[in-house]
Design a protein around this ligand. Structure first.
Ligand code: ADP
Ligand code: MG
Length: 802
């Protein structure tokens, strides 16, 4: 005879229901953590014992629970988040069925300590089987809630037996917390075992997502990621898809379960996981699984979270279409990475390189030797299967292509570079500042430099009284560089009226003769040798500035530049070039590099620059007043064009002695600000003439941004302006169109963007990067302008699959 049907005892029903929701400690943890997040906490701390089985405590600094609500807190279906049935469909918070705490209290001993802002003290009360054990007791406590869960499954021995070891349960807890930590920016998370002094997981509330991923999933994951940001699709009730997924450099045999958040809840969604993995099989080496973190916001009405008691597996409307949309998007993004059309802007290098001691020194003459020794000591052993052509001195294929870019540009900039005599070259190797001259000796010395020094200090002093309006800021940030660029392009046509011809003359003090031989051999050499002894510079301000450069240099980055192999010009509009070092391919911002490089050249060759003579048929066009005229309209500046030019005139001697910036007057009889003419610019690097379209900005900024009152700031300011002038111009496609409209222009200026680009590529390869290799000290700040885009073994893998 079958037994009669009996209604089950209520406590048994509750226990069974609870057991469905809480299968292991991690389920309890997740529910409680979601409550804490709902309560707007900014810090969530978890302590466990025996994987959360013996003890699981979660503390938050959220809203707290009203004392009046405590009696029903652990009853089933009590929730502050749901009033009507309809709410169930549009609820946006994490938990919402009022079941979690009730369930936990049926299978564990629960103690709640909570304090709202308006309470004077905290209240503490324990629960068993959904009911309060006695009245809440006042106690000391901070705003927020602490929920202590002890002896989980004490009344369900079979469930207890089926649990895995404490350590296994603990790692599940850490895993879920880590995923919430990645997702929940602005919330700090910590987790540790009771009695341990170290945290297993610790993330500060203000940590950025990238850092969160690094802390939780490791560097390998965080440094090989690409961002996902999909627009909404109203038809699919899809509000947004955001996240981070592996890029193509990512190699990891151990796969990490994808992290999917749907409406801010960690869920699993197998169809989505399978589709995404499928996309990656085309990109990653066989057997390697990507890391995936995606956060979907879907209209809550179309999400069904009740298909699974723990709310872990979800279903949503238009599921197939949404998944399809995500995979198509992902495929596009990854294929872009694959053909290197887009590049990450963030510096991946910074994660690998730490700040370190400078290797080269501007005050040192043995740069080359330094490089060599550093290269060998830094290079790790290279395994044979990783061998690739990385010898920077090997000829690259482009050296066999005859440069046909002498072109029109060379004609207007009629370069007459003067090769220095070997004697001068040798002297230029010898940097006097490394001599043990101290400042006392310097003062007593009546050398030429000291005379100049004295004169310049005097003129600086004079200026002190003359111009009290100067704001004195010489603060050059990257922004200001961009600013120059932007304004530059605006008035590009403006300056074309100068049509200056440029002659380089005077001593060229570049370090090596080598660059001379690179000058286009098809043309007869137009060098004139001028005997000029290198001027010794003992200015303490220059020494200080050099030291600052030395101290700011980054050893590993400098080493990369010293041993680079130039690969090519990538994007002249964004000034990106790529270089290879060791087995890695880097994308670098050559604008930023040039800025630093020319500043450094300015410091080392200070007072010894060659000279670029500016001359035009129409003398007047080069008067400083004409060049600066267009700025007169800028009403916001207090400094008038007149005072700027007068400032230059006062500093004429200094500008010429130190910077080869020569100012003369077109009218010998009338020497005033209207007749002052810019006659020459400093030549910093043979074969490279700065873009003269920047001239107005150069002069304007020199007049407004340089602090002429303090020697050090003044020299630094001018050197920085010269460096800005020397940054290669941005080449945009429509350059030639603009030019065409300018009828005053001579033909040779009408250079197409293509020709300009070729010229730039040639310059970078044969002039700028060789110089970077020779003498560049890369500062820490440059890390952001260098991004690793591929490593060669990784690329080979891609080819292997093809
Ligand atoms: P639900 O989250 O589905 O509403 P729970 O049983 O998880 O149900 O929680 C019941 C109620 O207890 C919540 O609605 C909330 O008002 C309150 N609560 C629980 N935990 C916290 C907490 N950490 N901070 C503030 N309030 C909480
Ligand atoms: Mg809840």
């Amino acid at each position: 005879m079958p037994g009669r049907i009996k209604a089950l005892d209520e406590t048994v029903v509750n226990k069974i229901a609870a057991g469905e929701i809480i299968i292991s400690p991690v389920n309890a943890l997740k529910e409680m953590m979601e409550n804490s997040i709902d309560a707007n906490s900014t810090n969530i701390d978890v302590i466990t014992k025996d994987g959360g089985i013996k003890l699981l405590q979660i503390s938050d600094d959220g809203s707290g629970i009203d004392k009046e609500d405590l009696p029903i807190l652990c009853q089933r279906f009590t929730t502050s988040k749901l009033n009507k049935f309809e709410d169930l469909q549009s609820i946006n918070t994490y938990g919402f069925r009022g079941e979690a705490l009730a369930s936990i209290s049926h299978i564990a001993r629960v103690t709640v300590t909570t304090k709202t802002k308006s309470d004077n003290c905290a209240w503490k009360v324990s629960y068993a089987e959904g009911k309060m054990l006695g009245e809440p007791q006042p106690t000391a406590g901070r705003d927020g809630t602490v929920i202590l869960v002890e002896d989980l499954f004490y009344n369900m021995p079979s469930r207890l037996r089926s649990l895995r070891s404490g350590n296994d349960e603990y790692s599940k807890i850490v895993d879920v917390m880590g995923r919430y930590a990645v997702h929940s920016e602005n919330i700090g998370f910590s987790c540790k075992k009771l009695g341990d002094s170290n945290f297993t997981l610790a993330i500060r509330s203000h940590a950025k997502q990238q850092d969160r991923i690094r802390i939780v999933f490791g560097k390998n994951v965080s440094s090989n990621m690409t961002e996902i940001a999909m627009a909404d699709d109203i038809n699919l009730e899809l509000k947004s898809v955001k996240g981070q997924v592996s890029d193509l450099n990512f190699v990891m045999k151990k796969s990490v379960t994808p992290t999917f958040f749907i409406n801010n809840r960690l869920v699993s969604c197998d169809p989505l996981r399978r589709s995404i993995y499928q996309v990656y099989t085309n990109y990653l080496p066989k057997g390697s699984k990507p890391f995936v973190y995606l956060s979907l916001l879907i209209n809550p009405k179309s999400v069904d979270v009740n298909v699974h008691p723990t709310k872990r597996e979800v279903r949503f409307l238009n599921q197939d279409e949404i998944i399809e949309k995500i995979t198509t998007y992902l495929n596009e993004e990854l294929s872009k990475l694959n053909t290197s059309k887009t590049f990450k802007t963030g510096s991946l290098l910074s994660r690998q390189l730490t700040r370190s001691q400078p290797v080269k020194s501007l005050n040192s003459s043995t740069i080359a030797a330094n490089n060599a020794s550093n290269a060998s000591s830094l290079n790790k052993k290279i395994y044979e299967h990783k061998l690739v052509r990385t010898d920077a001195n090997q000829r690259s294929i482009t050296t066999f292509l005859k440069p046909n870019v002498s072109s029109s540009y060379d004609n207007i900039v009629k370069t007459q570079v003067i090769p220095s005599k070997r004697k001068i070259l040798e002297e230029s190797f010898h940097d006097p500042t490394i001599d043990s001259n101290n400042s006392e000796q310097t003062n007593g010395d009546d050398t030429l430099t000291n005379k100049i020094l004295k004169r310049s200090t005097r003129s600086v002093m004079e200026v002190n009284e003359a111009t009290a309006t100067d704001d004195g800021s010489v603060n050059i940030s990257e922004q200001t560089i961009n600013e120059v660029e932007i304004r530059n392009s605006v008035t590009d046509s403006n300056d074309k009226q100068f049509n200056p011809t440029v002659e380089t003359s005077k001593t060229d003090v570049d370090y090596e003769e080598e660059s001379i031989t690179q000058v286009d051999e098809s043309k007869p050499s137009e060098y004139t040798i001028i005997d000029k002894k290198r001027t010794d510079v003992n200015l303490s301000s220059i020494k200080t500035l050099k030291e600052m450069v030395d101290n700011a240099s980054h050893m590993e980055l400098t080493n990369i530049f010293a041993n680079l192999t130039y690969v090519g010009l990538v994007d002249p509009r964004r000034r990106l070039a790529s270089i290879q070092y060791d087995l890695k391919l880097f994308l670098v911002d050559y604008g930023a590099i040039c800025y630093e490089l020319f500043y450094q050249i300015g410091l080392t060759d200070f007072a010894n620059f060659g000279q670029i003579n500016l001359c035009t048929e129409n003398e007047e066009s080069l008067t400083i007043y004409n060049i600066l005229k267009s700025f007169e309209v800028l009403k916001d500046n207090e400094i008038s064009i007149k005072s700027i030019i007068e400032q230059f005139i006062t500093m004429r001697d200094m500008l010429e002695e130190y910077f080869s910036i020569k100012i003369d007057f077109i009218d010998k009889d009338q020497k005033d600000y209207k007749t002052a003419r810019l006659a020459s610019l400093p030549l910093l690097l043979k074969r490279y003439t700065p873009s003269l379209s920047k001239l107005p900005f150069f002069l304007y900024r020199m007049g407004t941004k340089v602090n002429w009152k303090s020697e050090e700031e003044c020299l630094e300011g001018i050197l920085k302006q010269i460096a800005l002038l020397y940054i290669p111009e941005i080449i945009t496609e429509d350059v030639d169109n603009n030019d065409m409209q300018d009828s005053t222009m001579i033909d040779s200026v009408k250079m197409t963007a293509v020709a300009k680009k070729e010229k730039m590529a040639d310059l970078l390869e044969n002039v700028i990067f060789p110089c970077v290799k020779r003498r560049f000290l890369a500062p820490d700040t440059l890390l952001k302008d260098v991004a690793e885009i591929a490593n060669l073994p990784g690329l080979y893998k891609v080819f292997e699959r093809c």
